[in-house]
Design a protein around this ligand. Structure first.
Ligand code: NAD
Length: 399
């Protein structure tokens, strides 16, 4: 999405009306009482005003839908749309997000087969729902052990499919989980019938004469029969409109603490923005809805307040809900790790300590107050001298 603010009237240029994406890999996929449109407008998850078409109208925001921006000239402050219209702006907010990484980038053909699904937008989610309905009881292969892989595997099981997850790492959610945390979730998934094939990746698909994938062939030489394949192997930020015009860093558009890019009239927010993150001590791109919402809010504040605006001080936050489980993470998962709590199915978690200070916390099965407590403790970065004592105190250290 590209937002423009022209002559103090806002315009939002997009292919379709903005909506919340987090539901797509969670409630949207449930066979019973699914969370689907029209009940998930933008901001539903943040318990803020629901951004219905009426809302945009009432707030003087023109929604320009079905329109793709073909090129941008940041020096002239103009956008060129697919229909040949030139739009000029005073301030531009880039919220183009990211796209799902395709298997073709790893030399595997078959992404366009009718039973291979990615999950990035509403059309993908609708396709997956249809596939689950038509293949109920069949074999689903999930490629990737990250957020999409874990959340979709849970939904596929709930939709009565037989699920196998394939990923190259030694354990799931390798970007965030410790082996001990991952082991808990993997055992839970196994108890629901999910099989794990770890330490390998797929090398090819067997595709029948109707263009349907019938098996997934792995690099280790094995082959898995497949009725449905779900691929969640990461994302790539959509920066191409701005390459050569704005400074890029770590795959995203580099911005300062006001979310302002190397061109002072252009701001970037969400998955596409690489911004300074205090707890990391460096700039990073964060892929999460909470960061997207808060960075957008901060950019708008900075545009309105000009030089008075403060720096974005964001504490990284991630969460997930699968089956009856639910976890939250705050801060950075770097340094020494200390686990605590009941890993046999109760409330448990972990702290990360770097340079003598708490920098990150993870909690599964917490209450609202407990999640708030670990968030607050992580933000305060208290000194931790004795890791054994931290382990002994466990959640009590934060609450
Ligand atoms: P991810 O980065 O979380 O996980 C990618 C996974 O794919 C990793 O396990 C990786 O090792 C694996 N992988 C990479 N190449 C592979 C290959 N060739 N074969 C097999 N496995 C391979 O990305 P994702 O799960 O695709 O999620 C996409 C985006 O959606 C992310 O930005 C994520 O943050 C977001 N998302 C977040 C949530 C949440 O926060 N709860 C939920 C869904 C999606």
């Amino acid at each position: 999405m590209v937002d423009i603010i022209k002559n103090s009237i806002g315009a939002c240029i997009n292919l379709c009306r903005p909506y919340e994406r987090p539901a797509l890999s969670k409630g949207f996929l449930l066979p019973e009482a699914p969370a689907r449109l029209p009940s998930f407008h933008t901001c539903v998850g943040a318990n803020e005003e629901r951004l219905t078409p009426k809302w945009y109208k009432e707030h003087g925001i023109e929604l320009v839908l079905g329109s793709r921006v073909k090129s941008v000239d940041v020096r002239r402050k103009t956008l060129l749309t697919g229909s040949g219209e030139t739009i000029s702006y005073k301030v531009l907010i880039i919220a183009t997000g990211a796209r799902a990484l395709k298997l073709e980038e790893f030399g595997v053909k078959g992404s366009d087969s009718e039973n291979v699904c990615y999950l990035r937008d509403l059309a993908d989610a609708n396709r997956l729902v249809n596939l689950m309905e038509s293949c109920s009881g069949g074999n689903a292969i999930v490629i990737g052990g990250g957020y999409i892989g874990m959340e979709c595997a849970a939904s596929l099981v709930i939709n009565r499919m037989s699920v196998t997850m394939v990923f190259p790492e030694e354990h799931c959610m390798a970007r965030l989980f410790t082996p001990k945390i991952a082991s808990f979730y993997e055992e839970f998934y196994k108890s629901k019938g999910v099989k794990f094939v770890k330490g390998t990746i797929l090398s090819s698909f067997d595709i029948d004469s109707n263009g349907k994938v019938t098996a997934v062939n792995l690099r280790d030489g094995s082959s898995l029969p497949a009725d449905t394949v779900v691929v969640g192997i990461g994302i790539r930020p959509n920066t191409s409109l701005f390459e050569g015009q704005l400074t890029l860093e770590k795959g995203g558009i580099k911005v300062n603490g006001k979310m302002q890019s190397s061109n002072s009239s252009v701001y970037a927010v969400g998955d596409v923005a690489t911004f300074p993150v205090k707890v990391f001590g460096e700039s990073r791109r964060l892929e999460h809805v909470d960061s997207a919402r808060k960075s957008a809010r901060h950019a708008v504040g900075a545009i309105m307040e000009g030089n008075q605006a403060g720096e974005f001080d964001y504490l990284p936050f991630f969460y997930s809900r699968v089956f009856t489980l639910s976890w939250q993470f705050y801060g950075d998962n770097a340094g020494d790790v200390v686990h605590f709590g009941d890993f046999s199915g109760g409330t448990f978690g972990a702290y990360w300590v770097r340079n003598g200070h708490l920098v990150g916390s993870f909690l599964e099965g917490g209450t609202k107050e407990e999640y708030e407590a670990i968030a607050k403790a992580t933000r305060l970065k208290p000194a931790v001298e004795d890791l054994a004592e931290l382990e002994r105190q466990g959640l009590g250290f934060a609450v």
